[in-house]
Design a binder for this molecule. Structure first.
Ligand code: FMN
Length: 505
C-alpha cells in the first residue's frame, strides 16, 4: 500500500497527512486528542478563549496523548490584550504549532517563531500565501471556498491549491470540502502535502459541537450549504461563512445589522446573540436552530457520526487504495504531484512546459542574464552622469542610472524568491560600453544595449507564468522603452542619428 507520509508529517511529527482544523468551540481537547492519537495532527480551536482555558485545554490533551498538537487563534476576531495573553499561554505551554487565520500579522508570526513554535497560516488566495511565506510562516493552509466556517477567499480549492503550490516553497495543506479519502488523494495529486478537515471531524463523537449541529451535517444534501455574511457579530465586518440554511439565512429574524442585540441562547453564563458567529456547542441551550450551522460543501458526503479515529483511518485507507489503484509510479507523495496516466496533465512543471511557460531553470537563466546586464547598465549610467556635457544630459543620465539600479534590484529579489542565489557578476556590456570614449557615443551604445534588453523581455514575457513576476518584467520593459525614447531625444537634439526605436509590445 502506498505510504501517505509527506514531508509536512515530519514538521508536524504526525504519521498521516490529515489535520484537524482548529474549529472555534468545536475542536476541544477530546477531539484534538482523538485525531492526534489516531496519527493525524489536531489543533485546538481557541479563538477568543481566555488564556486559563487554553492552558487547561492543552493540559487535558496532554493527559490523553503524548503526541504533539497545536492551537488555532484568530487575531482579527480577538481584542489585542486577550490575543497577547492567548499567545503567551501557547508559548509558555510550548505547544508544537499555532495556526493563524484571517488577517496576516507578521509580528505575531515572528513572536511565535522566536519562541520555537511552528507557525501555520491559513490563506484564501495565492497573494496571501506569498505574503505569509515572506512573513515567516512554516506551513500554509490553502482554504478553498468550499470550506465550512469562515471562508477567507472566493476561489475553489482545486484552483487555489495549484496556484499556491506553484508560487511558494513552503509545504501546503489543502482545506475545504474534504471529508474522505478521495478528497485526500485529489489534494495530494494537486501538490498538497496533506489536508485540513473541519466539517468531517465536527461530525464525530468527540467533537464539542452540539448533537443538533452534528445531525444537520449528516442530513445535509449536496448543494445545500450557503455562503453568507449574515452571521457577523464577533468578527470583522463583511466576513463570509459557509453554513447550512436556517431561519436566520431565510431572513426570518429581521435586519441583521440592527443595533439591538437579541439573545438566542446561552453557554453557561454567557449569552449567545442572534447573528453572532457562535455555533451550537454541547454546553449551549436555547434556540440552536437559529445559530450558525457551519458546514463545508463536503457535508453531503458524511453519512454518520463516528469516532474521529475511525474517520481518519478510513480516510487514509481510502486514499491509499485510490492512489494504489491508479498505479502511481512515484514512491512518495506530496509537494511533487502524484504521477498518474499522463505526466503532461498532472506534473506541474511538465504542464508548464507543455503550456509554453519557461521552467524554473530557464527562468533562473534568463533572470540572471538580465540582472548582470542591468548591473552593467547601472555602472555605465554612472559614467554618463559623471561625464555629462550639460545639465540636461546629466538629468537624463541620472534617470537611466536610477532605473537600471531599480531593475537590477527587482531581478535580484525575483531570483531570491525563486530560491536561487543571485549572481554577483557584472555583464560584459559594461566593458564594451566603457571602451567607447565619447560620452554621447556611449549613450548611443547604451541605447542599443537597452534595445537588446527590450527584445529579451519581449521574448520572455509570454513564457512567464507567475503573475507577479510577469508584472515586474512588464514594467521593466515599459521603463526601458521610455528611457530609450528620452535618450533618443537627447541624441537627436545634439544632431545624432538614432538607430533604436523599440515599442513595449
Ligand atoms: C464549525 C467550524 C468552525 C471553524 N472555526 C474556525 C476557527 O476558529 N479558526 C479557523 O482558523 N478556522 C475555522 N474554521 C475553518 C477551518 O479552519 C477550515 O478551513 C474548514 O473547516 C475546512 O473546510 P471543511 O469544513 O469543509 O473541512 C471552522 C470551520 C468550521 C466547520
Amino acid at each position: 500500500m502506498m505510504d501517505l507520509h509527506t514531508p509536512v508529517c515530519e514538521l508536524l511529527a504526525c504519521e498521516q497527512p490529515i489535520v484537524l482544523a482548529g474549529m472555534g468551540g468545536v475542536a476541544r481537547s477530546e477531539l484534538v486528542a482523538a485525531v492526534t492519537e489516531a496519527g493525524g495532527f489536531g489543533f485546538l480551536g481557541m479563538v477568543r478563549e481566555r488564556p486559563e482555558f487554553i492552558t487547561a485545554q492543552i493540559m487535558e490533551v496532554r493527559a490523553r496523548t503524548s503526541k504533539p498538537f497545536g492551537v488555532n487563534l484568530v487575531p482579527a476576531a480577538t481584542k489585542p490584550a486577550l490575543l497577547d495573553a492567548e499567545l503567551t499561554a501557547c508559548i509558555e505551554a510550548k505547544v508544537h504549532a499555532v495556526t493563524l487565520f484571517w488577517d496576516l500579522n507578521p509580528p505575531i508570526i515572528e513572536r511565535l517563531r522566536n519562541a520555537g513554535v511552528l507557525v501555520v497560516c491559513q490563506v484564501g488566495s495565492a497573494s496571501e500565501a506569498v505574503a505569509a511565506e515572506r512573513a515567516g510562516a512554516d506551513i500554509l493552509i490553502a482554504q478553498g471556498w468550499q470550506a465550512g466556517g469562515h471562508v477567507r477567499g472566493l476561489t475553489a480549492l482545486q484552483v487555489l491549491l495549484a496556484d499556491v503550490v506553484a508560487r511558494v516553497r513552503l509545504p501546503v495543506l489543502a482545506a475545504g470540502g474534504i471529508v474522505d479519502g478521495a478528497g485526500l488523494a485529489a489534494a495530494l495529486a494537486l501538490g498538497a502535502q496533506g489536508v485540513v478537515v473541519g466539517t468531517g471531524f465536527l461530525a464525530t463523537s468527540e467533537s464539542f459541537a452540539h448533537d443538533y449541529h452534528k445531525r444537520r451535517i449528516v442530513e445535509a444534501r449536496p448543494d445545500e450549504t450557503l455562503h453568507t455574511e449574515i452571521f457577523h457579530i464577533n468578527w470583522p465586518a463583511n466576513s463570509a461563512v459557509r453554513v447550512l440554511p436556517n431561519s436566520v439565512t431565510r431572513g426570518e429574524h429581521g435586519d441583521p445589522y440592527t443595533p439591538e442585540r437579541q439573545i438566542v441562547g446561552a453557554d453557561g453564563a454567557r449569552n449567545i446573540l442572534l447573528f453572532s458567529t457562535d455555533s451550537p456547542l454541547r454546553s449551549m441551550t436555547g434556540n440552536l436552530e437559529a445559530m450558525a450551522i457551519y458546514a463545508g460543501q463536503g457535508a453531503a458526503g458524511i453519512a454518520a457520526i463516528v469516532p474521529a479515529g475511525e474517520r481518519l483511518r478510513e480516510m487514509a485507507a481510502q486514499a491509499r487504495a485510490i492512489l494504489d489503484a491508479r498505479g502511481s509510479a512515484t514512491e512518495t507523495v506530496g509537494q511533487e504531484p502524484v504521477e498518474v496516466n499522463s505526466t503532461v496533465c498532472n506534473a506541474k512543471e511538465a504542464g508548464d512546459i507543455y503550456m509554453g511557460f519557461a521552467d524554473r531553470d530557464e527562468l533562473l537563466n534568463e533572470l540572471t542574464i538580465l540582472l548582470e546586464a542591468e548591473r552593467a547598465g547601472a555602472r555605465v549610467g554612472a559614467s554618463l552622469v559623471s561625464e555629462a556635457p550639460d545639465a540636461e544630459f546629466k538629468a537624463m543620465a541620472n534617470l537611466i542610472q536610477a532605473d537600471e539600479i531599480k531593475w537590477a534590484r527587482a531581478l535580484f529579489e525575483a531570483l531570491i524568491e525563486l530560491g536561487a542565489e543571485p549572481s554577483k557578476a557584472v555583464g560584459d556590456f559594461y566593458e564594451k560600453a566603457m571602451a567607447v570614449q565619447d560620452v554621447q557615443d556611449r549613450l548611443a551604445f547604451t541605447n542599443r544595449g537597452q534595445g537588446w534588453v527590450v527584445r529579451k523581455l519581449q521574448a520572455l514575457l509570454p513564457r512567464v507564468r507567475d503573475d507577479r513576476l510577469h508584472a515586474v518584467l512588464k514594467s521593466m520593459l515599459e521603463a526601458h522603452v521610455t528611457n530609450i525614447a528620452s535618450a533618443n531625444t537627447a541624441l537627436e537634439q545634439r544632431g545624432r542619428t538614432v538607430a533604436v526605436r523599440p515599442t513595449s509590445t
